[in-house]
Design a binder for this molecule. Structure first.
Ligand code: FAD
Length: 342
């Protein structure tokens, strides 16, 4: 038998914008809620991939930095105090003898009446250079993500890569870093043409076709120099460097979902109009889910989450209505405005 004290109404895998909004909505619907995320912090792609980029298409927010939007999602998503399990990677799905889903992570098991997969593009990790000299200096001047522009202020920055991220960071950090050198192994950039033009207009120091071959640390173990080699002539150049930003993209792992026997299409979980997957009591929403007309956008992801949670509510409590009513009609939700007492 399942011990009810450990049993959640809904366990949300993924604490990105979609998982966080789902947690808020589950709280609205009085569901005992848990969020599990493999990363050490909540916020998903907003905090991990583009905290310093401006987002323009979230309703009610004409423009907002990724990290500020994430803060709003986190505040709203934790309003009803869901249990939050970070640094936990969901690997398997099992069932209790009664048929309830049990999520298995590297740390333990989580039993729930329903599960919402808000796993986005999967547990993502940056593609490394494969050069031990370079990769081993992570945390000592080698970066794969930009958490804050301030950490590069006044630094001699070398950026590796030729896609949108590499070029965008060269533009965003212009005037903030002491100097910027962009190293790319091909003559052509994959980045947006206008961004490449802007980078050249700013006279960014671009080295093509060069490849990083090594990195050297100072006595304190912090990066101080990068060795790059011309792909055709073999010419070796050493670049002074306080910070190396590697932008070779991200690998997302959704393989774990395939092993669960879920119906999938194009690496995403197939859902119906209620966001139900092919497995009982398992829903999917946001970037993780696919249906006719689905989009990889926050606005549609949070709509998916709302539909999924309302349906999950009727699953765990068959007397509950699917229609949640309007939150504005709920007097119990009123909170004092900032700075005012209740
Ligand atoms: C550079 C960039 C710019 C973008 N700009 C915009 C924009 O302007 N407007 C817009 O609407 N959208 C934008 N997007 C897309 C938007 O960020 C995504 O649609 C949104 O983040 C999807 O939210 P999500 O919660 O479904 O997934 P995610 O944000 O990917 O969150 C998923 C979470 O699940 C966790 N997870 C995954 N697998 C596991 C597992 N096995 N166990 C535990 N945890 C797991 C991950 O760690 C992650 O935290 C942009 C994306 C990128 C990359």
């Amino acid at each position: 038998m399942t011990d009810d004290s450990d049993l959640y109404d809904i366990t949300i895998v993924g604490g990105g914008p979609v998982g966080l909004f789902a947690a808020f909505y589950a709280g609205l619907r009085d569901m005992k809620t848990k969020i599990i995320d493999s990363l050490p912090e909540l916020g998903g792609q907003l905090v991990t991939l583009y905290p310093e980029k401006m987002v323009y298409d979230v309703p009610g927010f004409p423009q907002e930095l990724g990290r500020d939007l994430a803060s709003g999602f986190i505040e709203q998503g934790t309003r009803f105090h869901p249990t939050i399990c970070l640094n936990e990677n969901v690997i398997h799905l099992q069932r209790t003898p009664e048929g309830l889903p049990v999520l298995v992570t590297q740390k333990g098991e989580h039993c729930s009446r329903s599960v919402l997969l808000a796993t986005g593009v999967g547990a993502f990790r940056p593609v490394k250079t494969g050069i031990p000299d370079v990769d081993d200096l992570e945390g000592h001047g080698v970066y794969y993500l930009v958490k804050s522009l301030a950490e590069f202020a006044g630094k001699r920055l070398v950026i590796l890569g030729g896609g949108d991220s590499a070029v965008d960071w060269a533009l965003n950090l212009y005037g903030k870093a002491k100097s910027i050198v962009l190293v790319h192994r091909r003559e052509q950039f994959r980045a947006h043409e206008k961004s490449v033009e802007e980078m050249h207009r700013l006279k960014t120091d671009v080295r093509i076709p060069y490849e990083a071959k090594g990195a050297f640390a100072d006595a304190a173990g912090h990066i101080r120099e990068i060795e790059i080699v011309h792909k055709e002539t073999g010419q070796v150049v050493f670049l002074e460097c306080d910070a190396l930003l590697v932008n070779f993209g991200f690998k997302a792992d959704t393989k774990f979902l395939r092993d669960w026997g879920l119906e999938m299409a194009g690496g995403k979980v197939t859902v119906d109009a209620y966001m139900r997957t092919s497995l009982p009591a398992v829903y999917a929403a946001g970037d993780a889910a696919t249906y006719d007309g689905s989009l990889n956008l926050i606005v549609t992801g949070v709509a998916d989450a709302t539909i999924a949670v309302n349906h999950a509510k009727t699953l765990v409590d068959p007397r509950a209505k699917l229609d949640p009513g309007h939150s504005s009609a709920r007097e119990d939700l009123a909170q004092p405005a900032p700075g005012k007492s209740a």
